[in-house]
Ligand binder design. Structure first.
Ligand SMILES: Nc1ncnc2c1ncn2[C@@H]1O[C@H](COP(=O)(O)OP(=O)(O)OP(=O)(O)O)[C@@H](O)[C@H]1O
Length: 307
């Protein structure tokens, strides 16, 4: 369908509503291989708008690689469509234009620039040069709205470099909002945050997730229990379990992966054989972030079973 070049108020609102209603992510048989090592092995994933989906799994399960594949940073096969646009094989800028945005574990904001300037530049990436020269009286509505949504309206003139850790992450989410990202892929958004910041972030994701499609890669089980509306558990590049928080917590395969250290071998090769079968949590990654680490740190995947 051909989009009109410009839309007046009511028509624009209708268009927004229509777009958001039909936005969903549909991944089919996604596969990523690095020199014979299969990091993502036939993953199917459907995420609709309003469903705050958490993607969890032990270290090396393939979570970040899936996000990389959806954002053009890892070559993949299979299909991943968002809003009807095929993402697999598309160039990074085309994927961004299709409304797909991501954050990284470390916030990538311009420290020397203020909150407002960071958002204005992000918005300007859609508008072209000159955005930085915009006077404050000309702050676009989308930037004002994003500052409110991320709770940083009061810090608009604060340089991003002096923001608290959590605020930087919120700013980065705000930058995706003003870029009109309608699929947000967030990599460990609450890592390193205080309890209060996690709560704020959870509420923010709920607000954003009501209107957009949000996928959160996360290790923090307490955060997941509080805010996930659905969960996909990955293990060795495949989907191990999927459903509500209660469903995956009760799935014996999930419990085994998170608590049975012996099942963590992750080297699935192209020929289907296992690399170092039987490797425990200390196999080839930091044990504290692995399944045994999660349990030891009191992050048992089962409800109410703090270790
Ligand atoms: N560029 C690459 N080249 C080779 N192997 C890679 C590359 N990127 C990732 N891998 C491997 O692919 C597997 C999946 O990695 P990935 O980072 O997606 O896991 P993850 O689930 O996000 O783990 P974590 O929770 O530790 O971030 C790992 O075994 C990793 O070592």
């Amino acid at each position: 369908m051909t989009e009109p070049a410009t839309l007046s108020g009511a028509a624009h609102d209708d268009d927004q509503a229509r777009r958001f209603r039909h936005d969903y992510l549909e991944v089919r048989d996604l596969r990523v291989e690095f020199d014979g090592f299969v990091a993502v092995d036939g993953v199917d994933l459907t995420v609709t708008q309003g469903d705050l989906r958490f993607l969890i799994g032990p270290n090396g399960a393939g979570k970040t690689t899936i996000v990389d594949a959806l954002t053009g940073l890892a070559a993949a096969s299979g299909s991943a469509q968002f809003g009807g646009v095929e993402l697999v094989g598309a160039k990074v800028h085309r994927i961004a234009r299709a409304g797909v945005g991501r954050t990284f574990q470390t916030a990538s904001v311009f420290d020397e620039l203020t909150v407002l300037q960071n958002l204005d530049i992000a918005a300007g990436s859609r508008r072209g040069p000159g955005a930085l020269l915009r006077r404050r009286s000309e702050v676009p509505a989308a930037v004002e709205e994003a500052m409110d949504t991320i709770g940083l309206a009061g810090a608009r003139d604060t340089p991003a470099g002096v923001l608290a850790h959590g605020q930087k992450q919120w700013l980065e989410i705000g930058m995706l909002l003003v870029q009109d990202a309608r699929l947000l892929l967030l990599d460990e958004p609450v890592a390193g945050m205080s309890h209060a910041e996690r709560e704020e972030t959870g509420q923010l994701l709920r607000r954003v997730g009501a209107e957009r499609t949000v996928v959160v890669v996360e290790h923090d089980m307490e955060f997941l229990r509080s805010f996930a509306s659905s969960v996909t558990v990955l293990h060795q590049g495949t989907v191990l379990s999927e459903g509500s928080v209660a469903h995956v917590q009760a799935d014996p395969r999930v419990v085994e992966v998170y608590l049975g250290g012996g099942s963590r071998a992750r080297g699935v090769r192209g020929d289907g054989s296992q690399d170092r079968p039987g490797d425990g949590p200390a196999g080839d990654g930091p044990a504290e972030d692995g399944p045994a680490g999660d349990a030891a740190a009191g992050r048992d995947v089962r409800a109410g079973t703090e270790a």
